[in-house]
Design a protein around this ligand. Structure first.
Ligand code: SDX
Length: 394
């Protein structure tokens, strides 16, 4: 027994660390940031306010939120030389690779303290990352489209600025869609933290070596890019388009999944922790409907996704395995309707998850009891044996 968790040798199942940031009850489908239910934050908060809550542990007063917002606006610009960095990538470089490299490169432009135990240094890195990561993300997209890079406009808040730098035209006034900004703000709230998932554990593990925040977040972005983790939102859209291109036969697709034909999975379904409906998926599904209703745009892929969900939720194969829609099942449909290409979906996930990664890094570096440190293993290899010279090997 390690602390309050039993080490079950059959399947190594131990708590990675202690944390006071996010609480999940996978069986009940509960998610809370610093004790606040995700449903209430989704309904009443903003991404900036939720970011403040995750990082500092309390909801900000109006004055604290205003100071947080205005300090972030002063950090959105990249060092001019960083622009050359984007020229080094091929046009078809995946934006997640550019984002991870860009965040690692960001640290090289600042010679002030990288000491993880210097609170002022970590605070400065926190603001630089929160403000500049969306700029790097927007530039990764613009370079892939062969379009000019737009300076941030600090009349906008973080989410609006990201939309300006992504979709704006240097020669035209920007027609910011408030509904789109609001929907993206909500999606960022839903992605802001999620306990010890793959990418957050990566940030903690890298940071536990006293690597600085830039290096740890860059590693987290790489972990998030995998299709079983943050890459699932793009994989869902590919799955829906494939079903549609093959005639839209949902029953046939579900049959293939159940028979594990070609290793095909129902992407956007299942979760390591939720063995019930992911509470974020409920909110995302509602947002998808509102988005499409408002735009009077029927989306055949949304209809297909809903038919796929309904079919799976009535099928014993999925019910017995407690496979329900997770946060990624509907997000891709919304991002696509916003005008993002699918290789940007996981980049959007990273922008949303950044405050959670930062909060978890800061908790880990300030409290050894919350460090993952060095995980152990259950050894399943050969017992001790003696060396055999090569000419005596059979
Ligand atoms: C995220 O951890 C987090 O919090 C992550 C995240 C976050 O916010 O950070 O929530 C974000 O990563 C969400 C998950 C996104 N990934 C996907 O949607 C990819 C598809 N999902 C699966 O790969 C899978 O469900 C996992 C990896 C997410 C979870 O796997 P589990 O719960 O550990 O289940 P398992 O791999 O042990 O499989 C159990 C059974 C197996 O069948 P049997 O061997 O018992 O016959 O369920 C089957 C699996 O084949 N199964 C699926 C399935 N997921 C599991 N079968 C079909 N489709 C699926 N999606």
């Amino acid at each position: 027994t390690t602390g309050d968790v039993t080490l079950d040798v059959g399947f190594v199942n131990t708590a990675a660390c202690k944390s006071a940031i996010t609480y999940i009850d996978g069986d009940a489908g509960i998610l809370r940031y610093r004790g606040y239910p995700i449903e209430q934050l989704a309904e009443s908060s903003s991404f900036l306010e939720t970011s403040y809550l995750l990082i500092y542990g309390e909801l900000p007063t109006a004055e604290q939120l205003s100071a947080f917002d205005s300090r972030l606006r002063r950090h959105t610009l990249l060092v001019e030389d960083m622009k050359n960095f984007f020229d080094g990538f091929p046009r078809d470089a995946h934006p997640m690779s550019v984002l991870a490299s860009g965040v690692a490169a960001l640290g090289t432009f600042y010679q002030d303290s990288h000491d993880p135990y210097d609170p002022e240094a970590v605070e400065t890195q926190t603001f630089r990352l929160m403000a500049k990561l969306p700029t790097i993300a927007a530039y990764a997209f613009r370079k892939s489209q062969g379009r000019s890079l737009l300076y941030p406009n600090n009349d906008y808040n973080l989410v609006e600025n990201f939309l300006w730098m992504t979709f704006g035209q240097p020669t035209e006034p920007f027609d910011l869609d408030p509904d789109l900004a609001k929907a993206l703000d909500l999606l960022f709230i839903l992605h802001a933290d999620h306990e010890q998932n793959c990418s957050t554990s990566t940030v903690r593990l890298v940071g536990s070596s006293e690597a600085d925040l830039f290096a740890s977040i860059s590693a987290g972005i790489q972990a998030l890019s995998g299709p079983l983790h943050g890459g699932a939102n793009s994989a869902v859209l590919s799955m829906l388009n494939k079903i549609k291109s093959e005639g839209g036969d949902v029953a046939e697709f579900v049959r293939k999944v159940k028979n594990k034909e070609d290793g095909v999975k129902l992407m956007g379904f299942g979760h390591r922790v939720y063995k019930n409906y992911d509470p974020r998926a409920t909110i995302v599904k509602k947002t998808a409907h509102e988005m499409f209703e408002k735009r009077a745009a029927s989306n055949p892929l949304l209809e297909l996704a809903m038919e796929l969900e309904a079919t799976a939720l009535e099928d014993d194969y999925f019910v017995e395995r407690k496979l329900y829609p997770n946060v990624d099942f509907y997000t891709g449909l919304i991002y696509e309707s916003m005008g993002f290409p699918s290789d940007m979906f996981t980049v959007l996930f990273a922008i949303g998850r950044l405050p959670g990664w930062i909060a978890q890094y800061r908790e880990m570096i300030n409290d050894p009891a919350t460090k993952i440190g060095r995980p152990r293993q259950v050894y399943t290899g050969s017992a001790e044996r003696s060396f055999v010279p090569v000419d005596e090997r059979g």
